[in-house]
Design a binder for this molecule. Structure first.
Ligand code: PMP
Length: 395
């Protein structure tokens, strides 16, 4: 029996994910993948997981295995007060909500806010997972221009002047996919604009802790606390499989996000939350974070060095101070998806950048390169191979 006729109209419009289709070949044996977006398993604090587990059982007993509040496990929310304060975000435990990853937050945002046809302002390019969270609610996307310093404030202003947008979605630090970071002056200007136009900004910040050089920057939320829903996660600084995301937002919205979460999963996994609470409160994160940064820094340097050494000089690429991605762009006329298939033959994978745009025809010559999953020598070899493929194509 084929039950596809039962699918809701909106499900049919979602279609199969083209990017998922093309990335299927990445798991072939011998493939070096610069296509992933996941943390290195060596970044997980495996040596303390046993100790943390014992602590959780000792401290919370059956409470760590029981149903709990939809808002989140209270000791974790308390521990996050200090964590967020270090980023400059003032919030009480009651204002901090837990979700199943930042992805869970994006889903709740979409469910609570987006009605069919609503306009959402996004960077071009933007995080694909956010579009996947928003798409089922059938929004229309309004693109905002970016440059090497991320979102261009004038473009944001023009968008909010000319469109009635439901919200603005931004990844201001070490953005996925570009690795770009919005400098402080622009953050302040963006904050002024959202205040002036009484707009809501969704600030998605999974990567700011992964800084290999330079100074930490204040989240945009610190400049416009009433207009920004700030989202972060422990996925890149603890373990993504635990699915711990959190947010601080305008109370009128957070309240509804909690109500819709009840219908999704009642609450985030209590045991994971208890582990996370101990990880933060017991200062384990303070010890682990430098290890993660020291693990990724040389990988990123290896990729930047290899790009300098091998890539054709009509290519440009981002030089982020942290995060997990580098964004490369070739001359007009280059088709990165064609390069992708040629690179696959040579056992190197990356993500063609066009998938991170909401409008067809954009970003055809761009590619997202990830460096967290391979060692330095492999990264060097992969970039060399990729360059050879490109040079051959350009000829
Ligand atoms: N937002 C951005 C910008 C991301 O890159 C990711 C992870 N790839 C997420 C959200 C989701 O992360 P998680 O659900 O693991 O917190």
């Amino acid at each position: 029996m084929d039950f596809t006729h039962l699918l809701a109209d909106r499900t049919k419009t979602m279609g199969a994910s083209a990017i998922r289709e093309i990335l299927k070949v990445v798991s072939q044996p011998g493939m070096v993948s610069l296509a992933g977006g996941i943390p290195a398993p060596e970044s997980f604090p495996m040596e303390i997981m046993g100790e943390l587990t014992a602590k959780v059982i000792d401290k919370y007993a059956s409470g760590a295995f029981q149903y709990d509040l939809t808002e989140g496990f209270p000791p974790l929310r308390t521990a996050l007060v200090t964590y967020l304060a270090q980023k400059g975000i003032q919030a009480t435990a009651d204002e901090i909500m837990i979700a199943s990853g930042s992805q869970g937050v994006l889903d709740a945002v979409a469910k609570v806010l987006i009605a069919k046809g609503d306009k959402i302002a996004v960077e071009a390019p933007t995080y694909l997972g956010a579009l996947q969270a928003f798409n089922p609610y059938e929004p229309e996307y309004v693109r905002m221009d970016t440059d090497d310093d991320g979102l261009i404030p004038e473009s944001l202003e023009q968008v909010v002047q000319t469109h009635k947008v439901k919200f603005i979605y931004l990844v201001p630090t070490f953005q996925n996919p570009t690795g770009r970071t919005i400098p402080v002056a622009r953050r302040k200007r963006i904050a002024e604009i959202v205040q002036q136009y009484e707009a809501l900004l969704i600030e998605d910040d999974p990567y700011s802790a992964l800084r290999y050089r330079g100074e930490n920057l204040p989240p945009i939320r610190t400049f416009a606390p009433e207009h920004v829903l700030y989202i972060s996660t422990l996925s890149k600084v603890f373990a993504p499989g635990l699915r711990i995301g959190f947010y601080v937002g305008p109370p009128a919205i957070s309240r509804w996000m909690v109500i819709v979460k009840q219908g999704v999963d009642l609450h985030t996994n209590t045991f994971s939350q208890a582990l996370a609470a101990e990880y933060l409160a017991g200062s384990y994160l303070d010890q682990q974070l430098p290890k993660i940064v020291n693990l990724y820094r040389p990988k990123q340097e290896a990729m930047l060095t290899a790009l300098d050494k091998y890539f054709p000089n009509n290519f440009m690429w981002s030089k982020p101070e942290g995060g997990m991605f580098i964004w490369a762009e070739g001359p007009q006329g280059i088709d990165a998806e064609e390069l992708y298939w040629k690179a696959i033959e040579k056992k190197v994978a990356f993500v063609p950048g066009k998938y991170f745009y909401t409008q067809p025809g954009e970003g055809l010559a761009t590619m997202r390169l990830n460096y967290t999953m391979s060692d330095e020598a492999t990264i060097d070899r992969a970039i060399k191979t990729l360059s050879e493929v490109i040079v051959k194509e350009l000829r």
